[in-house]
Design a protein around this ligand. Structure first.
Ligand SMILES: [Zn+2]
Ligand SMILES: [Zn+2]
Ligand SMILES: [Zn+2]
Ligand SMILES: [Zn+2]
Length: 293
């Protein structure tokens, strides 16, 4: 019989922590209400005895201090648990306090155990999460997000976000992707191409743009003015490559675009030429003066 009850009960008996059962007066493992486990399991016997707030009278037995459901926990204080105020918790209640910061939180209770029965309650982008409940009302993913960041809808990046929602996040100001400068240009702060154009991921043929990494000014134009034929170039009227303000963008054929670029370059060159010619005139004058001397 002793072997069946286990070492813990043997130790408790040696210390005098086991009290005879109120009903059958046998020295068996205690369950509650001053009854042994045999009598406690019988509902008719159990209901004859009231709940006891303090069942232990033996000195030297440190009983757990938690009172749960009007009944004091009958377990022995297991470890020196200095972190808890009362410093008197059994291992069960200490574990609950350690995990949930609440000694009365019992997720194993059939009332609280919803795991694997219902889907998670979080609604993200108009669709309800289909994962099964892990803890409380949340699935593993949303529970961990809630625990880490305090918000089950927290998102670090745009992975898995639908494209129209992404566009909304990108092009509604103010946000962290775009800042506005003095000329009213929307400067893209995300990923950029080598040439300086902002680039972003298009997964499916959204807005008539082929999937892959695509320039953000094209996405911006298609998002604000509707899908366009991909033969056309999107021209920056503000000459700011990372700008994606739809008012600064216009459609043009590639020939027009290059012609505009050539004109711009020519104008810039002309200005440079004028400056250089002035310098040459100055130098010629100086040379003439030096030769005359
Ligand atoms: Zn009994
Ligand atoms: Zn306890
Ligand atoms: Zn979920
Ligand atoms: Zn601009």
């Amino acid at each position: 019989m002793v072997g069946f009850l286990g070492r813990r009960v043997q130790r408790m008996r040696r210390r005098g922590a086991i009290v005879p059962c109120l009903h059958c007066s046998r020295d068996l493992r205690m369950m509650g209400r001053g009854l042994c486990h045999n009598c406690y399991r019988d509902k008719d016997i159990r209901l004859q005895y009231p709940k006891l707030v303090d069942a232990r009278t033996v000195i030297g037995f440190r009983q757990c201090t938690v009172v749960e459901d009007d009944e004091r926990c009958l377990n022995e204080v297991k470890f020196p648990m200095f972190k808890y105020d009362g410093n008197g918790l059994c291992s069960k209640h200490y574990q609950r306090w350690f995990m949930y910061h609440d000694v009365l939180q019992n997720f194993k209770h059939p009332k609280n155990r919803k795991r694997g029965v219902k889907p998670c309650v979080v609604v993200e982008f108009g669709e309800r999460c289909t994962e099964l409940i892990h803890m409380g009302d949340l699935c593993v993913k949303h529970y961990m997000r809630n625990r880490k960041h305090g918000d089950p809808l927290f998102k670090k990046n745009l992975f898995g976000v639908p494209f129209d929602k992404r566009c909304e996040l990108w092009f509604t100001l103010p946000n962290k992707y775009i800042s506005v400068n003095d000329q009213g240009c929307w400067i893209w702060h995300g990923c950029k191409e080598k040439k300086g154009y902002g680039s972003a991921m298009v997964n499916d043929n959204e807005l008539g743009i082929q999937p892959g990494r695509r320039p953000t000014h094209r996405i911006s134009y298609a998002y604000h003015h509707g899908p366009f034929d991909q033969v056309f170039r999107v021209h920056h009227e503000c000459n700011e490559k990372s700008c994606c303000n739809p008012e600064h963008l216009s459609l043009s054929t590639s020939a027009e675009n290059t012609a505009a670029a050539v004109l711009l370059r020519r104008e810039a060159n002309d200005e440079k030429v004028i400056v250089l010619e002035k310098e040459i005139k100055k130098l010629n004058k100086e040379i003439a003066i030096l030769k005359a001397a």
